[in-house]
Design a protein around this ligand. Structure first.
Ligand code: PMP
Length: 405
């Protein structure tokens, strides 16, 4: 059992008022709020520890380096990677996927090769692959979903051909909450000789992740969806793959020697971290991981599932609501449209009540097209949300119906 009141006390923003009402923050799939310990870690770093890393002989530089590398160790343990060399700090999921697309995939594909994604991907797991297709003549293939938002996994075998060079798939779909059976998908891809990248942006704060048990080749996530700061994220990659990949960006820190004739590169993971990284962000992410682990992802997942069940039952009592995404296995994301109002109107009315939800295409325009809607409203809950907050949102949705009746 989670002590929600105690947990909420750790998040200063949750005590804010918006338009004179207590904030009800139900936009956690966009970004999560930050506990005081993470905010303090950032302040503390800039106040007492700030220096550039990996290059100083002075005390502060060595201290900052130690803290940054310690954060990498925390990430490694959190996702059960085999070594810190497999943990690349990046800006976020978007940069992680672009890195794999340009460094791992682009160099291997030729005209007519195939890149496999699914119909429920975020733009961050579509557009980088389209770039590679344009650059090389490769073809983007899309594994379809059914009307409930379940991936048609039984069709996977037919989509895996001798020309498939990578399968890039989301762990949890941001726009509809589907949890994909990635372990089985990875095994099937590997049996066909296809490496797999998992977009873990929506999964990392909601379910335990063990990259070695999953056997994924790459796993990408963003710190800001995990109680951490913005501008920091992680690319996990299997060491053998990362070691064989060319660097993604050139600059300081990623080199071993530079002359005008030839440059040699640093060892992993530094080969992929050109320039001064987000040092404070990495440290903050490490603290966010500590915090999350103290509470426990298994307990978090169980509580969020209760909230999801409660919210799903409640919203279906509101006339004119259509849920988008009712997959067999779902994370705490509730996407919907209403007969009475456009999603933007829903979002605006809820905002007047201090309730933050997302309205729009959720960076998944192909998925909106599949459901034949221009946009949707989305409630996404985190473990610091309460049943009372769900009630609050439901009352406001009933009012939307009254206003537009
Ligand atoms: N993939 C998924 C499934 C997401 O939900 C998001 C963020 N909405 C991203 C990728 C991109 O993450 P970021 O913007 O933090 O790079």
């Amino acid at each position: 059992m989670l002590d929600i009141a105690k947990i909420r006390a750790d998040f200063p923003i949750l005590h804010r008022e918006i338009h004179g009402q207590p904030l009800v923050y139900l936009d956690n799939a966009a970004t999560t709020q930050k506990p005081q310990c993470v905010i303090d870690a950032l302040t503390h770093y800039y106040q007492d520890e700030n220096a550039n890393i990996h290059r100083g002989v002075h005390y502060l530089s060595m201290e900052a380096t130690r803290l940054y590398e310690h954060a990498r160790e925390k990430v490694k343990n959190f996702i059960h990677a085999a070594s810190v060399e497999e943990i690349i700090f990046v800006r976020g999921t978007t940069e992680a996927i672009n890195l794999v697309a340009q460094s791992f995939v682009r160099s291997q594909v030729t005209k007519g090769d195939e890149i496999l994604i699914t119909a429920m991907e975020h733009h961050a797991n579509i557009v980088p692959w389209q770039f590679v297709c344009e650059q090389t003549g490769a073809v983007l293939k899309v594994l379809p979903i059914d009307q409930q938002g379940n991936l048609l996994v039984e069709q996977l075998a037919a989509y895996l051909t001798p020309r498939t060079k990578i399968c890039a798939i989301t762990h949890i779909a941001n726009a509809i909450g589907t949890v994909n059976p990635i372990k089985a998908i990875i095994a099937e891809c590997h049996a066909a000789g296809v490496p797999v990248l998992i977009d873990g942006a929506q999964a990392i704060a909601h379910t335990p992740v063990d990259v070695q048990a999953l056997d994924c080749d790459f796993y990408a996530f963003s710190g800001h969806k995990l109680l951490g700061p913005t501008g920091i994220g992680v690319l996990y990659g299997k060491k053998a793959l990362l070691a064989a990949m060319p660097p993604y960006q050139g600059g300081g820190d990623m080199i071993r020697t530079v002359s005008f004739e030839k440059t040699t590169f640093n060892v992993l993971p530094h080969k992929f971290e050109a320039g001064t990284p987000n040092i404070a962000g990495a440290i903050g992410l490490g603290v966010a991981i500590d915090y999350l682990q103290c509470i426990g992802l298994t307990a978090i997942n169980a509580y969020e599932q209760q909230l999801l069940r409660y919210a799903t039952a409640s919203i279906l009592e509101i006339p004119g609501v259509r849920l988008l995404g009712t997959a067999h296995e779902k994370a705490s994301i509730l996407a919907f449209v209403m007969q009475s109002a456009h999603p933007h109107d829903i979002g605006t009315i809820l905002d007047q009540h201090g309730i933050a939800i997302r309205a729009g295409h959720h960076c998944a325009m192909p998925l909106m097209a599949f459901f034949n809607v221009p946009a949707s409203a989305r409630i996404s809950v985190s473990f610091y949300n309460t049943f009372a907050e769900i009630d609050c949102a439901m009352e406001a949705l009933s009012e939307v119906n009254k206003i537009f009746a």
